[in-house]
Design a protein around this ligand. Sequence first.
Ligand code: ADP
Length: 367
Amino acid sequence: MKLPRAQMESLMKAIVESSDDAIISKDLNGIITSWNKGAERLFGYTAEEAVGKPVSILAPPGRNEMPTILDRLKSGERIDHYETVRRAKNGRLLNISLTVSPLYDETGRMTGASKIARDITERTEAANVLAKQSERILRANADLQQFAYVTSHDLQEPLRTILACTEMFLRKSADKLDTGERELLGFVTSAARRMTAMIADLLSYARTIDEDLPVTAVPITEVLEWACNNLRVAIETCDAQIRYDKTVLPVVAGNKVALLQLFQNLLGNALKYRSAEPPRIDITAERQNGMWLFSIADNGIGIAPAYHDKIFGLFQRLHTNQEYSGTGIGLALCRKIVQTHGGRIWVDSELGRGAVFKFTLPADTPS
Ligand code: ADP
């Protein structure tokens, strides 16, 4: 059904008036010819104040690009989502996205232009905050790498001396010392060894923060075979079964060495934190919202919900070294690796009922 012209015009007028965007028209001399409610809200001028004035009333100080826009329109160009700055009546500068198109009369002659302006100040400010934040993160990462370098070179050396001298002293004079004295020196050496292990772990953690790891198409089955091979002794010692379906495990875009570290740490933990039963570990993957969701489920000792976040922190452990060896860096490393690949990691578990570690990795593979 075609509406009569008068009805069509009043419908168009109502649409323009009710729009949230500022809709303005101007003639070929840049004089404003119409001004809707959205323009009133955005720029602060009423239609009475704006119509008949040059559009340059909206130009920010020292910058009037409007004649150039008009010239581009005259040559038949349309300007889409052009991001620029305009000044409101109260002097406030607004970030706006502009779409400008030429207007023609019935004979096809260009008579002016219509402009749709959308306020993107909030979006621009949010983007600026984000840019500043990512700059801060980059700086923090660089600081951390610098810190790791200093740690390795400046701290490991005196630590090695402490360890070497204590061990030498114990070897030479053990028979002159009583049991209590020997035990004390034993504490010194085991603390120094533990600190050496922590520093080495911290270094490998800092290395994975380097986001320039080479990315290739990595078949997860290969990564798992590699990890199981590295863990063979532990797997055989506790009679563990690691089950996965080669036909459903995907190929993902990632860094092969980092992904090996991820799977090996998670499998290693499933073996280490086993219950009285031989470990049964199931690995699955399914596609969900453009990502691969992996899960590694074990039948081990489980983790109480209160600790589900804590265990992903640096050096966070729920056990003493007498119970289970480790430094508490494995899951922090896993989280870093998953995040560097654009995914996230979490755990579903209850104490005494096994644990299911889940993580996502992007589903696109490089061509
Ligand atoms: P580490 O094994 O060196 O302590 P991780 O960062 O790998 O360090 O793990 C942190 C803590 O999370 C462990 O100390 C352990 O308490 C708990 N944990 C990790 N994986 C499991 C698991 N599969 N089952 C139960 N507890 C686990």
